[in-house]
Design a protein around this ligand. Structure first.
Ligand code: SAM
Length: 212
């Protein structure tokens, strides 16, 4: 994908959602995220969590169900229309009632319209690895600013070395470490092919904002 400006990017993602070309939209919160929250729910409940490039908001709502105040950001109005439908009383009937809250904001995450949010957790499943190269440093600065010291950043990315086809370029070896160098430490990195994502070599990273 070689797209230069925000308008074109938005049109690209809107069209993916409009035409239903959304293989990532599996309806299942990845086990990696579920596991993290099994461990952390008692200590982090009530805090702010961000879902960066939230798509149709499934995982934003998952975070709200953990008791967090969750904000989902996405560029695509089409995706956010679907996300907002999840909040409607009819969609929510029969679902577990969130203990926290969820809201959605349309924004370019390489130019987040927020300063220091003091967020406890930020999740990115498949957004950073799709960004044009020259936007990635600004995105990383936004994530660093939004998190409080000690806050976690959970990231799912395609492996860049195998991604010559259309779509996300992925992340090169060492690219995540370089983008967040000095401001976030890598707690863990798991390579593999996630069971709930399209089949492609990929990694789950857990990073932690360093104390100031
Ligand atoms: C592969 S989808 C993943 C969606 C969601 N995280 C999920 O797992 O269902 C990537 C998402 O990132 C969003 N996105 C891409 N570039 C963006 C940008 N610059 N700002 C905000 N959102 C963006 C797209 O609209 C899309 O919803």
């Amino acid at each position: 994908m070689n797209i230069e400006n925000t308008k074109e990017l938005r049109a690209h993602w809107d069209e993916r959602y409009r035409s239903g070309q959304t293989p990532w939209d599996t309806g299942i919160t990845p086990p990696e995220v579920q596991e993290f929250w099994k461990k952390h729910t008692p200590s982090l409940a009530g805090n702010l969590a961000l879902d960066i490039g939230c798509g149709t908001g499934l995982n934003t709502l998952f975070l709200a169900r953990q008791g967090l105040s969750a904000i989902g950001f996405d560029l695509s109005g089409q995706a956010l229309m679907l996300a907002c439908k999840r909040l409607s009383p009819s969609a929510a009937s029969g679902q577990e009632r969130p203990r926290g809250s969820a809201m959605f904001v349309q924004a370019d995450v390489t130019r987040l319209p927020v300063g220091s949010l003091g967020a406890t957790y930020a999740l990115d499943i498949g957004c950073l690895h799709s960004l044009p190269d020259d936007r990635r440093p600004a995105y990383a600065q936004g994530v660093i600013r939004a998190l409080r010291p000690g806050g976690y950043y959970h990231l799912y990315v395609f492996d860049g070395s195998k991604s010559d086809g259309p779509g996300a370029r992925g992340m090169d070896d060492g690219e995540v470490a370089a983008l967040f160098d000095g401001k976030m430490e890598i707690v863990s990195e798991e390579r593999g092919v996630s069971s709930t994502q399209v089949s492609r070599p990929s990694s789950w990273f857990l990073l932690k904002r360093t104390e100031m």
